[in-house]
Structure formats: C-alpha cells, structure tokens
Design a binder for this molecule. Structure first.
Ligand SMILES: NC(=O)c1ccc[n+]([C@@H]2O[C@H](COP(=O)([O-])OP(=O)(O)OC[C@H]3O[C@@H](n4cnc5c(N)ncnc54)[C@H](O)[C@@H]3O)[C@@H](O)[C@H]2O)c1
Ligand SMILES: O=C[C@H](O)CS(=O)(=O)O
Length: 484
C-alpha cells in the first residue's frame, strides 16, 4: 500500500502548504529500520504566531456557519478519511511502527471521532429556565470557546488528533495543532483531507516542529488562544498547566497512566488471560491505558502465569508490514532504555522473567514481549508507566488487598478487573480510583464512551456526549423589560 499520495512535507497554515519561515527542516524516521521517511518543515515561534493569527481570523466565519453546515463538512472529511484509510494506515505504520492492521484500526477509530462529532455538532442545546422575574426570561446558550491549541503524542498520531480536532470544529472552534516530533506525518495527512472536504482556510492549522517547547510556549501562552487540549505525559502536562495559568486558558489534559489489572479467583481465567494480552501488548505496550501492573489472587497465580506465558509466546515481533506481526518497535532509543532500566530493577529485586526480558534481534528498537513473575512490591515497574511490552505479575491475598494495591498510585486513568461475583463487581467498580474501568474486558476505548482520568492522569473527557462540553462556553442571558 502506497502512502505517497498522503505524504506532506510542509506546514499547513491558513489553508496553504508552507515552508518554515526559517527554511529549516527535520527528519522523520521509521523506528523499525531507522530510515528517513521525509524531511519536513521545522516550525518555530514565528510560524506558530502565524498559525494562531490564521485561526483567529477563521473563527467567526466558521462559528457563524450553521451547525448543519459544519456537520456536512465534517461528514465529508470522515468519508475522505475512510476512503483513504489504507494509505493513512501505511503512513502511520511507517512513522510510528505499529503493525499495519493495528494502524488501520487506529485510522478507523480516529475517523469515528470525526463522524461522532459531526453528529454532535447539531445537538449543542441550550436552556430556557423558569424566570425569577415576571418581566424577564432566563436563557442559557452554548457558544464556542474560540481558538484551540492542541499538542499531541506520538503513540496514536492519528486518533489523538481526531479526538481533539473533531469536537473543536463541531463546536465552531478553529484549531492549531502541534503534533509530536516523531510522528507529524499523520497530522499533515488529516489536514490534507480536511481541506479536500471543504474545511475553510485557517480552521485547521498544523505546525510540525523538532523544538516542542518553542512552539508549545507560543500556543500555551498566546492571548488569542482560548483553550489548550494536551495529550501526553503528566510531566509535560504540568508545564502546559503552568503556562496556561498566565492567561487562564481552558485546559483538557489527557496524561499518563499506571493501570492496575486485577484477576480474582472467581474469574474466568482464560478470559482474563485474553484481556491481559489485549490490554498489555497493544501498540507494544505504548498506550496510556495499557495494563501496567497485574495483580492475581494467590490461589490462581501459578495457573494464570502459565496460561498467560503460553499466549504471549505466540506474539510475533517484527516490522509493520511483516506477515502476522503483532508487536512493532518502540518509538526511540530513550524508550528502549527506560524499559531495560525498569526490567533490570525488577530482576535485581527478585523477579524472574517467564518469557522475554530482553531486546529483540529484529532491530535495536524492538523488545521481546515480557512477563515478570514474583515482582517485589517496591519494584519501579509498579510505580512508573512502563510504556513497553512488559507485564509485571504480582500475587495478592483478598479483595481489600487488591483494592489497596490498585489505588496506591498518583495516577487514575484506566483500571481493569476480572470477576464473576456480582457483588464483588459492584464493590470493586465503585472502589477503584480511575476514570475508565474495564470489568471482564481488557480494551475499553470507544467513541461513544467518555475517555479521561482522575488524580494526576488529567482533566476533562474526550469522546462521548460529554466531549463537546470542553469546547463550549455557557452564556446566561437575562432578557428583561418584557412587561406590557
Ligand atoms: N491520557 C491519554 O489519553 C494519553 C494518550 C496518549 C499518550 N498519553 C501519555 O503520553 C505519554 C507518551 O507520549 P509522549 O512521549 O509523546 O509524551 P510527551 O509528554 O513527551 O509529549 C507529548 C507532546 O508534548 C510535546 N511537548 C514536549 N515537551 C513540551 C513542552 N515543554 N511544551 C509543549 N509541548 C511539549 C511533545 O512534542 C508532544 O507533542 C505517556 O505518558 C502516555 O501515558 C496519554
Ligand atoms: O494511549 C492513548 C489512547 O488514548 C489509547 S486508546 O486507543 O484511546 O485506548
């Protein structure tokens, strides 16, 4: 599958493909091979200023379109993305490394957000409230917040952008997007298709850069940016929050995770193993909602570890376009070093690998799918986001122990547990401290459901019927002088 038709090398500002004002470019590489995929415009603060100015100029004309007009243009965008899903998937696999089948799934997942919010655009209902004054009426209306800046991660370079651009456009907001430096090509391809769909100039702007802080500082402090929607690590989320405070920016923060995955002794073990494989090894463990620490009740621990290891042994590691590959490379050398450091720490503290525990001979960024048993409760893998194909499995005694272990984290994005005891399902679902709970399910994400976390995993929700609220302001109008 060729992706040349959707490969763009310039920034997209005000509906035009432009070089960086500096003339500089930076290389985007294929993590599986190290080959340079393209050299693209390396934007700086001046380019970011131009993009914000273009968005500001586009705001009112876009907001003044009817919801139906915005809906139709977004539906065109959805149709074009779905028509070219395989080219987009090939591009995504090449810049990010995930297997083609998984990349195709991401393209369709991202497109689902465009479709969903095209529909939601027409449902930004307000209220008329019974008034406290006989000669006045209370109206509550919803209006777009204004120019939105989005800063997005490399692990889902299409879907994380669609999950922000779609509600922004549906609400009537223009958007300036800074994609991750490792994976900007998918963002540029989405903009290409948005233009083809009839999205007006300035409504979508993409400023790729190798200097995230330079462009990010403009987008998070600019007076004409009303809202910042950020997806990435909690550490960078703190920077975004601090920068945004200067001008009281509205914020959506989708941050780091440390998902507990609990298997009780009354669970269907085979279903739990299937859920653990799906949750842990998706995108080679590089998702914010991956099972990060697996807690298995003592009575079934050995059976679970044996069955889990047998299933993981079947996972094939390799390049995105190799037959039957399930695990692609990690994104860069820093990611591999982090995984090696965390595995080393666990092994030093008494854990052993039932499978994997080392890099793969497929290439310097590939890591073998790994299961660690008998992990010490003070091991770093239980406190830090692994972001790699490593599953630490820990024994627990009873329900209270499992809940205490699961909630012992500053993160609260996703959590999973497997049980067939109805009372336990209700008790644990209510007690676990996270925004997303999978009960007898290892993968929960869906456009229909609210995605987001609590504690230091972020603010706000994306997707679902709640996702539009973060891009709208409520205005209260007291309409008086109505007496005869
Ligand atoms: N909650 C979610 O929905 C979600 C989704 C995907 C990834 N994540 C999290 O993202 C992390 C992995 O992604 P990552 O490595 O790209 O995260 P990251 O925080 O390193 O980078 C995210 C984005 O922020 C930019 N950035 C970095 N420093 C910046 C600065 N000083 N100012 C402005 N922008 C800056 C990067 O260029 C990138 O575009 C993990 O922690 C993962 O859990 C969360
Ligand atoms: O990692 C980030 C994504 O939000 C994961 S998901 O595809 O939405 O589950």
């Amino acid at each position: 599958m060729s992706f040349e038709q959707v490969l763009n090398k310039k920034a997209f500002i005000n509906g035009e493909w432009v070089d960086a004002k500096s003339g500089n470019t930076f290389a985007v590489t294929n993590p599986a091979t190290g080959d340079i995929v393209a050299n693209i415009a390396d934007c700086n603060a001046d380019d970011a200023q131009s993009a914000v100015a273009a968005a500001k100029a586009a705001f009112r004309p876009w907001a003044n379109k009817t919801a139906k007009e915005r809906c139709q243009i977004m539906r065109n965008w959805f149709d074009i993305v779905m028509t070219h899903d395989e080219e987009l998937a090939a591009l995504l696999s090449t810049e990010q490394g995930k297997p083609f089948a998984e990349a195709l799934g991401e393209i369709r997942y991202g497109a689902a957000y465009i479709e969903w919010f095209a529909e939601e655009a027409r449902r930004t209902y307000g209220d008329i409230v019974p008034s406290h004054k006989a000669d006045a009426r209370i109206l509550v209306m919803k209006q777009p917040v204004g120019v939105v800046a989005a800063i997005t991660p490399w692990n889902f370079p299409n879907a994380m952008i669609a999950r922000k651009a779609a509600p922004a456009l549906a609400a009537g907001c223009p958007i300036v997007i800074k994609p991750a430096e490792d994976t900007p090509l998918s963002a540029l391809a989405l903009a290409q298709m948005a233009k083809e769909a009839g999205v007006p100039d300035g409504v979508i702007n993409i400023v790729p850069t190798s200097t995230a802080q330079v462009v990010g500082d403009v987008l998070t402090t600019h007076n004409d940016v009303a809202k910042v929607s950020f997806t990435g690590s909690t550490d960078v989320g703190r920077i975004i929050m601090r920068n945004g405070a200067q001008t009281i920016k509205k914020l959506s923060l989708e941050l780091g995770g440390n998902a507990p995955f609990i298997v009780f002794d009354d669970a269907d073990i085979d279903r739990a193993v299937e859920g653990a494989v799906a949750s842990k090894y998706r995108n080679s463990g590089q998702t914010c909602v991956c099972a990060n620490r697996l807690y298995v009740q003592a009575g079934i621990y050995d059976e679970f570890v044996t069955k889990f290891s047998e299933k993981v042994a079947e996972l094939k590691v390799g390049g995105a376009f190799d037959h039957d590959v399930v695990l692609g490379p990690l994104i860069n050398k820093k990611a591999v070093a982090k995984v090696e450091e965390l595995v080393g720490d666990a092994l030093e503290k008494g854990a052993s690998a039932t499978i994997g525990g080392r890099g793969s001979d497929k290439g310097e960024l590939f890591y073998e799918p790994t299961i660690l048993r008998d992990v010490s409760r003070d091991a770093r893998v239980l406190r830090e986001e692994i972001f790699g194909p490593v599953a630490p499995v820990i024994k627990f005694d009873d329900e209270a122990d499992a809940i205490a272990l699961a909630n012992d984290s500053e993160f609260g994005l996703a959590g999973y547990f497997f049980s067939n005891d109805l009372g336990r399902v209700w008790r644990v679902a209510e007690a676990i401290e996270c925004g997303i709970v999978g009960v007898n399910e290892g993968v929960t994400s869906a456009v229909e459901a609210p995605f987001g976390g609590i504690k230091q995993s972020g603010l706000g929700r994306e997707g679902s019927r709640y996702g539009l609220d973060d891009y709208l302001e409520l205005k209260y109008v007291l309409m008086g002088g109505l007496a005869q």
